[in-house]
Design a protein around this ligand. Structure first.
Ligand code: INS
Ligand code: FE2
Ligand code: FE2
Length: 316
């Protein structure tokens, strides 16, 4: 016979309540499973049209030609300084340390003081942008993991408070380094004229250091909040591959929006492109929605965070 202490530990749930019997336990699990299945049936496919597809005047967004000098200067700096050498260095630095340890909600609050200089469409704080994106996804009945992706997708901007050199290596659209700068990047090829890799016989020539069909996961995208958060989240959450792609490529507009760099894709990237495109309207067009009520929404999203992040304190 097992000693009493061990037996009572076995018959006790984590919150200390004694279980009536094993069959109660199994019943509870079955009920939970059923609930989850029903919920999945109620959820819309991530690919069904977003409500924004009909209701927003899309010509109001991403108007870079008429944007402020703040935005224009941001991109000149980003396009001048994002080089192959810098990107290798940033990745090494990322791997070498843990910058902070905090929960997802703490991270959201910390980000609240950052105003993104690259963004012509919002001057709201990031917590508002994150909740606007998540709420729009939720309103459309999309899966819970996608709502959570909306809530966290820009948390990589925390980099700004750690080892960034400015905003140019944190925010803004992304593009690959190590291959030709494409004219479909914001402000075109001319905006790279002062980049040391501009005109380089390998780095700025066709596919450069990459083989055709190599797959985006093997392509160095300009270092910033997408790539950083992707690495943080992939090992510390149970979010699906589509969510990870939405995070990693959401700023890669020359690819998901303008059709550039398709020669670098592999088969898996085709599916990921669909997912990123499905996510994009919620990120972009929610920027003109009404202001979210942060404290009212918090309990709903804290539960959602717990569902996909088994460990509360995240290594950043
Ligand atoms: O200005 C915005 C902003 O920084 C976003 O977070 C990023 O995802 C976009 O691609 C960028 O254009
Ligand atoms: Fe972003
Ligand atoms: Fe965003």
């Amino acid at each position: 016979m097992a000693p009493a202490a061990t037996l009572s530990a076995f018959n006790t749930t984590r919150d200390g309540k004694a279980l009536e019997s094993l069959s109660d336990d199994i019943d509870a699990i079955n009920v939970l499973k059923q609930q989850q299945q029903q919920q999945q049936q109620k959820e819309n496919d991530i690919y069904t049209e977003s409500t924004f597809d009909k209701s927003k005047d899309k010509t109001q967004f991403r108007q870079y030609e008429t944007a402020s000098d703040r935005v224009k200067n941001f991109y000149i700096e980003q396009h001048t300084k994002q080089t192959v050498a810098y990107n290798l260095q940033a990745r090494n630095r990322f791997k070498a340390t843990t910058r902070a340890r905090m929960s997802i909600w703490e991270a959201i609050e910390k980000l609240n003081t950052l105003i993104d200089e690259s963004d012509p469409d919002t001057s709201l704080s990031q917590i508002e942008h994150l909740l606007q994106s998540a709420e729009a996804i939720r309103r459309d009945g999309k899966p819970r993991w996608m709502q959570l992706t909306g809530l966290i997708h820009d948390l990589g901007k925390l980099l700004y408070f750690f080892d960034a050199q400015g905003q140019w290596d944190v925010v803004g659209d992304t593009f690959p380094v190590g291959c030709a700068f494409d004219s479909r990047i914001i402000y075109g090829r001319e905006s790279f004229e002062r980049n040391p890799d501009f005109g380089h016989p390998v780095f700025d020539n066709g596919l450069g250091i990459y083989a055709p069909g190599i797959g985006l996961e093997n392509v160095m995208l300009s270092w910033g909040h997408d790539e950083y958060l992707y690495h943080v989240v992939k090992d510390q959450s149970t979010l699906p591959a589509e969510a990870l792609a939405m995070i990693r490529y959401h700023s890669f507009y020359p690819w998901h929006n303008a059709g550039a760099y398709r020669e670098l894709m592999n088969e898996k990237d085709e599916e990921m492109l669909r997912a990123v495109k499905a996510f994009n309207p919620y990120d972009l067009y929610s920027k003109s929605d009404e202001l979210p009520k942060v404290e009212e929404l918090r309990p709903y999203y804290e539960e959602l965070i717990d569902e996909y992040f088994p460990v509360k304190v995240i290594n950043w």
